[in-house]
Design a protein around this ligand. Structure first.
Ligand SMILES: Nc1nc2c(c(=O)[nH]1)N[C@H]1C(S)=C(S)[C@@H](COP(=O)(O)OP(=O)(O)OC[C@H]3O[C@@H](n4cnc5c(=O)[nH]c(N)nc54)[C@H](O)[C@@H]3O)O[C@H]1N2
Ligand SMILES: Nc1nc2c(c(=O)[nH]1)N[C@H]1C(S)=C(S)[C@@H](COP(=O)(O)OP(=O)(O)OC[C@H]3O[C@@H](n4cnc5c(=O)[nH]c(N)nc54)[C@H](O)[C@@H]3O)O[C@H]1N2
Ligand SMILES: [Mo]
Length: 787
């Protein structure tokens, strides 16, 4: 989230697209209700009428996989009717930047495409620079090669009739949504966008979110109270784990993992590659070196490049995301797997094939609260022949969240400490204890080795106490960072150094533990204004509650709205004041020539309307991997930058055989792969069966009645489920034809008190061109009555 949960109450209009917080983030919904109580308007955009839709003033139905046309049409409406926030767009975004003449866009393709690699040469879309290396700009936004004009041209193709022919939305509803949301472009108004998996789990997932960001920049909705692009994160610590390098190509603090490419042979070469020439990221070497110091302590010296060579390197050009790891298992390239709290036999895409992959492992260690479908994939009940599976499975019982201490970070980037509530049951241990014991054991085993390959293990510092229970306070101090000589805690990331004199495990959390107080433990609920609660816990970065808050004020530093002051320049006192922690030195006024623009992490400090990611600098619609119709916007059917994995894993269904569009979603009563909730009597009783929601029209076409047993089939497999005949789905009237749409939860498996077919037996093994998140939300299937 650029903003945070409590801040939602300040919005004039909230658009929830690709998320269903009333059911999946129910506690948060109180802040949304507070906005509505004050007269705010709620828009819900979802293929299915949800409990969130039920609370909305306007509900827009769209076919799964058509968010870019939906938002693209809104962008076009706003540009055509000049409803954007003109001063904001011109000053705070890269709308004025001039693009090189090598940029072009024709029939769905940008310039610079390499067909064999399925990738683009992004230098073709570069900003045009003058001799001094400064980006050329046209503040009048009239130059035909400036971002504003290129964007205008690009989205002019997203006219309302073409859009609704693709999304299937009713025209009056669509116009109502355009008008209602565009009203937040007025100076002083605030609109927020909330999204989650309905937006991301697509082959165009990243561009879906880019389209929300462009819309928000046009309306001047970023950096202000009640605005933002707000990702409703998933499990309680999904935000925290991503911050700490969960993704395969990230180390903590959103920095890159080195690769085997030539540029990365030396630390300096690597730093040169990953450090941009402008924006706050110029400080990356300070953050990276401080991180290496936290990893290797005194074994990281200037002479050995701070232990850079100890870091494992990614094979250049290889992708190590979730699906690609299963591909590698399928090809028998992986021997072993450590599984900490994960149940891919139910939660993974094309789960049938992923289970086959598991059987190619020599060993697997599952660390979990329960024996899941994954840790027992070799059993008869899973449809396997145990005698033929050689994988050795070791199960380690884990303790649950209530049985251990530590912090979790919520979607609003608030790091909140949780104390242990009860002692662990039986022999179960906290994940941190398991990792701690393993690390200590490994270090002991390697301590006398002289093999250079063992140096990383030998050089690693692991000073969290001698007992099996690590001292979390020491972990916290190291995450924050300290001066290597004095051992004084660092106060802010601005104090980190690239000469090895400081350490910090994660620069974005630097400052949560200054001196002797762990701010994640703070619980002062005094609101000093605008619900930012600056003394409650700690928000990264630097306890800032709203990112890019410079944009909450105009060029002169005056708040756009007196009811919604983030920060404001106080000329009398010569400093920025307000209700948040400013993004910059507080005494630097708006007239200071060295003043940084609001989007401090970006080149030139400008919000990126134009941003070069893998499939292009502007979002363009491509149909999902499996789709019911020809792309109306170009002759290019699938996102041209999507990479294919193992061929045998990604069977593709054709519309002639599988004519129905399907999506998957969550229920309040169940949690994820269901391991936890299907083992819990009360929740199991509330939703005891796998079901599929189908429209009345489809039901009558197929001769299916409510509660009938049906079979749902896709190119990957089939499952049985009960039919729930509902008005929540309607057939979609698209340009060429009418298509049926169904939806189903993905919480079921064969373990636990209640069991049922797993939706992921049906889903495809293909994902987004940037993040590789699987396309769980749009695929083709067919339904029939079970015999
Ligand atoms: N009770 C409960 N709460 C949970 C979870 C749980 O399992 N149970 N899981 C947690 C986790 S890890 C996560 S990530 C979050 C996820 O939270 P959400 O993203 O809210 O979860 P979903 O229900 O998967 O998807 C949201 C909506 O997207 C819609 N959708 C499907 N396709 C499209 C599309 O193409 N475009 C648009 N705009 N919408 C589409 C679906 O119909 C659905 O209503 O929830 C968290 N909260
Ligand atoms: N079709 C479809 N598939 C999806 C999605 C979808 O929308 N549609 N959503 C995707 C998303 S967003 C997500 S996040 C994934 C989730 O996929 P998984 O992470 O595989 O699913 P969970 O059920 O959350 O698995 C968590 C496991 O952790 C265990 N556990 C709970 N607490 C602890 C603990 O403290 N320590 C340890 N070691 N174990 C613990 C639980 O018992 C459970 O077995 O699924 C994805 N799969
Ligand atoms: Mo998630």
């Amino acid at each position: 989230m650029t903003n945070h949960w409590n801040d939602l109450k300040h919005a004039d209009v909230l658009m929830i697209i690709g998320a269903n917080p009333a059911e999946n983030h129910p506690i948060s919904f109180r802040w949304i209700l507070k906005a509505l109580e004050k007269g705010g308007k709620l828009i819900s955009v979802d293929p299915r009428f949800t409990r969130t839709s039920q609370m909305a003033n306007v509900y827009g139905q769209l076919r799964s996989g058509t968010d870019i046309p939906f938002i693209g049409g809104m962008i076009n409406y706003i540009l055509e009717n000049e409803l954007y926030h003109k001063e904001y767009v011109a000053a705070y975004t890269n709308a004025a930047y001039i693009i090189e003449d090598t940029y072009s866009f024709e029939d769905g393709m940008f310039s610079g495409y390499d067909k064999d690699k399925r990738s683009y040469d992004k230098t073709k879309w570069a900003f045009k620079k003058d001799e001094e290396g400064k980006t050329l700009q046209d503040p009048t936004l009239k130059d035909p090669n400036c971002v504003f004009q290129l964007m205008k041209k690009h989205f002019s193709r997203y006219d309302i009739d073409t859009v609704i022919g693709v999304t299937g939305t009713a025209k009056e509803t669509y116009l109502d949504i355009c008008k209602t949301y565009a009203s937040t472009g007025e100076v002083g108004k605030a609109g927020t966008i909330l999204y989650a998996m309905g937006g991301t789990q697509h082959t165009v997932g990243t561009q879906n979110i880019r389209s929300y960001a462009i819309l928000q920049l046009l309306l001047g909705n970023i950096g202000i109270q009640g605005g933002g692009v707000n990702a409703l994160r998933g499990e309680s610590n999904v935000q925290g784990s991503t911050d700490f390098g969960l993704l395969y190509d990230n180390v903590p603090g959103y920095m890159q993992v080195p690769t085997t490419a030539e540029t990365d042979f030396t630390y300096q070469g690597f730093l040169d590659r990953i450090t941009p020439k402008e924006g706050y990221w110029v400080n990356k070497p300070k953050f990276y070196t401080s991180m290496l110091k936290s990893f290797y302590g005194d074994n990281a010296t200037k002479g050995n490049d701070f232990g850079y060579d100890y870091l494992p390197k990614l094979s250049a050009g290889r992708n190590y995301s979730f699906m690609r790891l299963f591909d590698a298992m399928y090809r028998k390239e992986l021997e072993g797997l450590l599984l900490f709290g994960s149940n891919p036999a139910v939660g993974g895409p094309n789960a049938g094939k992923e289970i086959e992959s598991l059987s190619n492992l020599k060993w697997m260690v599952a660390v979990d609260l329960f024996e899941t479908e994954t840790s027992s994939f070799w059993q008869k009940e899973a449809g396997a022949d145990p005698a033929s599976i050689q994988t050795e499975v070791i199960f380690l019982p884990a303790s649950s969240s209530f049985e251990k201490e530590g912090s979790v970070t919520n979607s609003g980037r608030w790091m909140q400490y949780r104390w242990q509530a009860i002692k662990p049951k039986g022999e179960s241990k906290a994940d941190l204890e398991i990792v701690h014991m393993l690390a200590r054991k490994l270090k002991d085993m390697y301590k006398n080795s002289s093999n250079p390959a063992d140096m990383p293990m030998k050089a690693m510092t692991w000073d969290y106490g001698e007992s099996d229970h690590p001292d979390i306070d020491l972990v916290c101090r190291e995450i924050n960072g300290y001066d290597m000589k004095t051992k004084q805690q660092v106060k802010i990331f601005g104090d980190l150094k690239d000469d090895g004199s400081t350490c910090s495990g994660n620069w974005i959390y630097c400052g949560f533990y200054p001196e002797n107080e762990n701010l994640a433990k703070r619980r002062d609920s005094t609101d000093e204004g605008m619900s930012n609660f600056l003394n409650w816990s700690f928000a990264w970065p630097a306890n800032r509650r709203i990112l890019y808050n410079r944009a909450s004020a105009d060029l002169n530093g005056k708040a756009w709205s007196k009811d919604r002051v983030g920060i404001e320049w106080n000329a009398l006192e010569g400093k920025w004041k307000g209700h948040d922690v400013p993004d910059f030195v507080v005494t630097k006024g708006p007239d200071d020539p060295t003043f940084i623009d609001p989007f401090i992490m970006m080149a030139g400090g400008k919000g990126a309307i134009f941003a070069s990611i893998n499939e292009g600098p502007l979002p363009e619609h491509y149909e999902p991997y499996e789709n019911p119709m020809k792309n109306s916007f170009s002759s290019v059917q699938l996102n041209p930058a999507v990479q294919f994995g193992e061929e045998e894993m990604n069977a593709q269904g054709d519309v002639s055989k599988y004519p129905i569009v399907a999506t998957t979603y969550r229920l309040s009563e169940h949690w994820q792969s269901g391991a936890m909730t299907r083992s819990q009597e009360w929740l199991a009783e509330l939703v005891p069966h796998m079901f599929v929601e189908i429209s009345e029209e489809l039901a009558s076409e197929k001769g299916i009645k409510n509660k009938d047993k049906i079979v749902v089939s896709s190119a990957r497999g089939e499952i049985e489920a009960y039919a729930m005949v509902t008005k929540r789905f309607k057939p979609y009237k698209l340009k060429e034809k009418t298509v049926h749409h169904i939806g189903m939860p993905w919480h079921f498996g064969y373990k636990g008190i209640v069991t049922g077919g797993s939706a992921n037996r049906l889903t495809p093994h293909i994902g987004d061109a940037n993040s590789t998140i699987p396309e769980y939300k749009a695929f083709l299937c067919d339904v029939r009555r079970a015999k």
